[in-house]
Design a protein around this ligand. Sequence first.
Ligand SMILES: [Zn+2]
Length: 326
Amino acid sequence: MAAVTPNHSYDSGKTRSSSEQEHPLQARIHIPDDADDTNRAQTQTSHVICNGQEIKVHAIQTGTVAVKRSHLTNRTAHFLTPLKISIDKHFTDYMPIWVWVVEHPEGIILIDTGENAAVMTPGYFDPAGTLISKYNRRNLKFNISKDHEIGCQLRKLGIKKTGIKNVVLTHLHLDHTDGIKDFPNAEFIVNREELRNPSGHFPELVPDWFDPKKVTYKPKGADVFNQAYAITESEDMLLIPTPGHTEHHASVLFKTDAFDILFAGDVCYNQRQLIERDIPGINVNYKKSRKTYDNILSYAQRNKLIFLPSHDSNAAYRLNKTQFLK
Ligand SMILES: [Zn+2]
């Protein structure tokens, strides 16, 4: 998952309490009785209409992560938050780490790359320094196997890497970039400013060949978001600014023929947080996070929008059932 640094966060989705065990998502997916709750490879495929054509959108879970509860939400957030997280004894339940794969008519587009199994090894964070390594080991828990990795899961879906048009990164936290290694020949897209001023990014853990296309927003489209970068020529898939989690965090807005989908990265851990305006425990910029919340909620009032944060246990279900943000 993402590396967390003392002055910003990585994050995750929603806690899945035992009271939610009857959620329809779990009713619809066959899970053996003895399945480990932390190790379910829940990949779901949904169908949407794009430019008159039915296409597939895959929700691929690249393992799970748990964070401290005060990382998930912290109403007294301030500069001592990392200390508060460190002394917090309680972890959340494990949350998914989603990668989204859109079989767009112009080519397959990935949103983020998920986590990889190497994060389970004790010294994984060491290249980032002793303090960061200890902090992350103490405050993050992963459950990732080789089978969870995005490269492996794409193979199972029969998707060839050569068919991938772009890999879009919402930001540069570890749980969004650790699958980069699987796509040495793909064109990556990253917001230029995020690349220039990343937070919680460890270049030591990214392949040497990583050289993404640095894109700049244009002042048009995307409604309240004011600016956007068109990922596709048909301009139905836009990179839009959703800052707060990092200074230049971006999301991907996909305008299908019938409704819009927002692949929201780490705007928040889950849809409940957005609706209740509960800002996650650590953010680079709380003011920007609140403005981003306002923009998304405003957009959803005037457009049919499916909201999909990267760590929301119910995100794939909402996509599959076409459940809009209200
Ligand atoms: Zn993050």
